[in-house]
Design a protein around this ligand. Structure first.
Ligand SMILES: Cc1cc2nc3c(=O)[nH]c(=O)nc-3n(C[C@H](O)[C@H](O)[C@H](O)COP(=O)(O)OP(=O)(O)OC[C@H]3O[C@@H](n4cnc5c(N)ncnc54)[C@H](O)[C@@H]3O)c2cc1C
Length: 375
């Protein structure tokens, strides 16, 4: 069996890894670069029970456990560690701190312990994605640079893809192109996937900052509230994200760029939150889009009406957390015919109406504007 995986983000790489563990040959097709999008530019924060009470809970709990197992079993290093996680406020309306975090400015109030070493952890998402792909390649997976331009079908069955116009045959095809999975609605009956933009900075803070994660409500002078997330990492960097926007998704992943002014805004906020950030060199100023669906749940499963076509996307803010369990369940679905470790029925793509391809054709025609659907 040969499985074609469209998209080299954390979801595509994790599916490839778990398929390779089952002895299945896969080819991951990536148009821009492995983990070039959200999978390389996100926080990498992991929580065992923050999805409890939602349909995501079993997927998240299984995935949190898998992250720990993968880190323990592998000789590779992707910055996995358990962290204490705090919540608080900063900016213009602050109160008394219950917890003292030495790396923060006095105007930051840390009032809550949101997670402990038992329940919260982190990875470096780009390194995790790269390590999953390395492990998959060691077991026979191929990574191919190229743009998927169509999914080929015969008699209601997916039989391959076109890569930059060249047909490549496969026994199954998986769409895992993050927010760009919306383009697959041109070829398959799939619901819309939208992209929500976020901005982030990576600081070179050195090894002095502790293994703590921090979620803040930051009130600005004009009353606006931002929600920065701060994650010191094992490689001596500190990642901070905030400032979402509803800017349209560029059709080419290589063209994602920060909104005008967003990076300067984020830099000023970081400087006021922590002297360690104020004095650190900034290694990356970036933006990326997380893939979301209209009901907030991912699409994971077989595409209705097209044999051997599958989708795995729409993981929103929990794509790094939920990648391993998604990969494991997709491998079970493809190899065994059903997922065993996690019940995927709540994530079935058939629960949402397919997007009308005519709406996409208008927006993806040469010379047209970036993807506007849903934005
Ligand atoms: C600011 C921010 C912070 C986040 N923090 C966290 C966090 O702390 N913890 C967490 O669990 N999640 C977090 N997330 C969410 C997480 O990053 C995403 O859910 C996850 O990365 C999505 O992975 P993906 O593989 O589905 O998509 P992507 O990472 O978008 O990968 C899709 C890939 O498909 C490729 N592609 C697109 N079109 C084509 C084509 N036609 N042919 C071939 N390849 C194509 C792209 O180049 C890209 O590499 C965050 C997201 C954002 C935006």
């Amino acid at each position: 069996m040969h499985v074609l995986i469209c998209g080299g983000g954390v979801i595509g790489a994790s599916i490839a890894y778990f398929l390779s563990c089952r002895g299945v040959k896969a080819t991951v097709i990536e148009c821009t670069g492995l983990a070039c999008a959200a999978s390389g530019k996100s926080g990498g924060f992991l929580a065992r029970d923050w999805c409890d009470g939602s349909p995501l809970a079993p997927l998240a709990r299984r995935s949190f456990a898998l992250h720990a197992m993968l880190a323990e079993q592998s000789a590779d290093d992707w910055g996995y560690r358990r962290v204490d996680t705090y919540g608080g406020s900063a900016g213009f309306a602050t109160g008394r701190s219950r917890y003292q975090l030495g790396w923060l400015s006095p105007n930051v109030t840390v009032s809550q312990l949101l997670g402990s070493l038992e329940s919260t952890a982190q990875v470096h998402p780009r390194q995790f994605t790269a390590a999953m792909m390395r492990a998959a390649k060691a077991q026979g997976t191929e990574l191919r640079l190229g743009r998927v331009t169509a999914i080929c079908q015969r008699d209601g069955r997916a039989i391959g893809v076109e890569i930059d116009g060249e047909a490549v045959e496969g026994d199954a095809v998986i769409v895992a192109m993050g927010p760009w999975s919306i383009l697959a609605a041109l070829w398959l009956p799939l619901p819309a996937v939208f992209g929500l933009k976020g901005h982030s900075l990576v600081f070179d803070t050195g090894m002095a900052l502790p293994s703590e994660a921090l979620f803040l409500e930051y009130q600005e002078q004009d009353g606006a509230v931002l929600s920065p997330e701060l994650f010191p990492r094992t490689d001596g960097t500190t990642y901070v994200c905030a400032i979402s926007s509803e800017e349209p998704l560029p059709i080419d992943p290589a063209e994602v760029a920060p909104d005008p002014g967003a990076i300067e805004h984020l830099e000023a906020m970081c400087a006021s939150i922590s002297p360690a950030l104020a004095s650190a060199e900034i290694k990356a100023r970036q933006a990326c889009f997380r893939p979301v669906t209209s009901d907030g749940l991912p699409l994971i499963g077989a595409v209705p009406g097209v044999t051997a076509a599958y989708v795995a996307t729409g993981h929103s803010v929990w794509g790094i957390l939920n990648a391993p369990a998604t990969g494991e369940a997709m491998a079970e679905l493809i190899v065994d015919g059903a997922a065993r470790t996690v019940d995927l029925s709540r994530f079935h793509p058939g629960r949402l109406a397919p997007l009308d391809p005519a709406r996409l054709e208008r927006t993806t025609a040469p010379g047209s504007q970036p993807l506007q659907i849903g934005n």
